[in-house]
Design a protein around this ligand. Structure first.
Ligand code: NAP
Length: 480
């Protein structure tokens, strides 16, 4: 695709751009149109080793922290100045509406600014110890080379938040973007190159996920792997890296409950649900997967939501009229369709939406926004993450039942609750086993706050000081 930030497209290793070679490449496809946006090299283990070694070589133990601070600040400013150009890249490869893509660029830039502002907290601290007649100096050293792996739903922000923290901490970086959406990170690396980030500090490998992942797990120079994606791949990485004792940060799948109590402001809850659920066409890890509504207000709430869903316009994200873009690919489309079919077969009703059209191609997977009611815990829409524009509504009779149902999942990423009783909401947060809880809001994570999951949603945190310290090793010098 045409973009001044994609004048060089390919892998990026040790400051060199590596173009696709004949017979060993893959295409990046616009999911709304099927257009080929770029052809990239199918890199594997050998290129990953080269990237890791370049990242290792770029590390300098006495590097001035102020220099890294400058990179983050300048990239932040340029990214905001170029947000329209970056948003177009995101929309072209991911499909989300352009206005959402602009918000994604701002969100990604927020991590650069936040971690730049936190870098003073990495300064060494000296603790006098009179009892032992010595001092203790505590340093926060860069962990080493960081392998970063992220999915396609926020092509810039999911990886950008890892890059910002790893760069601030002083790590060498090997980026493995999702095969569907590598262009946003390629563009960001092009910007970093122009800003003067030294060759080898940031590397991008694209192509064969298995060999790339296996190499990151086993290479001795890689000290941390930060992964966002499915629980299955998170487990695979944990297994592969265990013999090598790598540090892991795993941001995995979710199955968020969205609880609406009988005393909730229903307009507020319906508006929050729409914004929370339909971002990226429902393909976000923090979006409501199970909507639990008190039985006394269920019909009023369903009517409010169904009316709004029927008005949604689905189309190419580059068309300003589109509220929702396509699903990322055929596999995602078929999974969402199977969830809806399963729910209807088991007795759910459809309050909005219609049968999805059979796909005749791998792209253009526009799924009709759907509201299902009468949903029960045995249905796939409750047991698994649907990752699509489907609102699945179940009812409950008491607060205790709502909490039990909400926690009845192996995941623990995000949960939401709506009520006008502050006392109830304060109590609820302690009972809900989720890392991110929205009360009277459907908002997701922010740079300032540590974000991550409980249970099989993973471990480690992104954002907040915790997110920066993930990429550091504490070192103590006792001095007599
Ligand atoms: P996925 O299949 O796990 O892929 C995610 C990333 O992992 C992609 O870059 C993929 O590369 C790569 N990958 C796949 N196999 C690998 C391997 N063997 N070694 C190394 N890397 C490998 O996830 P997805 O289905 O694309 O993304 C959706 C999932 O991500 C959902 O479950 C969602 O909840 C989760 N997610 C979680 C968060 C969070 O913050 N907790 C945020 C967003 C999404 P290829 O594309 O080349 O296969």
């Amino acid at each position: 695709m045409e973009s001044k930030w994609l004048d060089k497209v390919g892998g990026f290793v040790g400051g060199q751009w590596i173009a696709a070679a004949p017979g060993c490449s893959f295409d990046v496809i616009n999911p709304a149109t099927g257009a080929v946006l770029a052809r990239l090299p199918r890199m594997g283990a050998a290129e990953t080793v080269a990237a890791i070694e370049a990242a290792q070589r770029s590390l300098q133990p006495d590097e001035p922290v102020l220099e890294r601070h400058r990179w983050l600040e300048v990239i932040h400013d340029r990214l905001l100045a170029e947000k329209e150009a970056f948003a177009r890249i995101i929309t072209s490869e991911n499909g989300k509406p352009l206005k959402e893509a602009v918000v994604e660029v701002e969100y990604a830039a927020g991590f650069l600014r936040f971690f730049a502002a936190q870098m003073h907290r990495l300064e060494s601290e000296v603790l006098p110890d009179r009892m032992r007649n010595c001092t203790w100096t505590i340093h926060h050293r860069p962990a080493g080379v960081a392998g970063l792996i992220a999915p396609w739903n926020f092509p810039l922000a999911m990886m950008g938040k890892k890059v910002a923290a790893a760069l601030a901490a002083g790590c060498g970086i090997v980026i493995k973007p999702a095969r569907q959406t590598p262009l946003s990170m390629i563009a960001l690396c092009r910007m970093a190159e122009q800003v003067g980030v030294p060759a080898g500090r940031l590397n991008v490998v694209v192509g064969q996920a298995g060999p790339i992942g296996e190499t990151l797990c086993s290479h001795p120079s890689v000290r941390i792997i930060s992964f966002t994606g499915s629980t299955e791949i998170g487990e695979w990485l944990a297994t592969k890296s265990a013999p090598h004792l790598k540090r892991l940060a795993l941001e995995l799948g979710g199955n968020a409950p969205f609880i609406v109590f009988e005393d909730a402001n229903l307009e507020l809850a319906a508006g929050a649900l729409m914004a929370n659920k339909f971002r990226v066409a429902g393909q976000t890890c923090v979006c409501a997967n199970r909507v639990l509504v008190h039985e006394s207000i269920a019909s009023a709430f369903i009517a409010l939501v169904a009316e709004r869903v029927r008005k949604l316009r689905v189309g190419d994200g580059l068309d300003p009229a589109s509220d929702l873009g396509p699903l990322i690919d055929r596999a995602q489309y078929e999974k969402v369709a199977a969830h809806v079919r399963d729910a209807l077969q088991r007795g759910a009703q459809r309050a909005a939406g219609q049968d999805p059209a059979p796909l005749t191609q791998d792209w253009g997977a526009f799924f009709p926004p759907t509201v299902l009611t009468g949903v029960t815990p045995d249905m796939l829409v409750c047991r698994e993450e649907t990752f699509g524009p489907v609102i699945a509504i179940a009812t409950f009779a008491s607060e205790a039942e709502a909490i039990t149902t909400a926690n009845d999942t192996c995941y623990g990423l995000a949960a939401y609750a709506f009520s006008q009783s502050r006392e109830r909401l304060d109590r609820l947060a302690a009972y809900l086993q989720f890392g991110h809880i929205g009360v009277n809001t459907g908002t997701g994570p922010a740079p300032e706050a540590p974000f991550g999951g409980f249970k099989r949603s993973g471990f480690g945190r992104e954002g907040g000081l915790d997110g920066l310290l993930e990429f550091c090793e504490s070192q103590v010098v006792a001095s007599a």
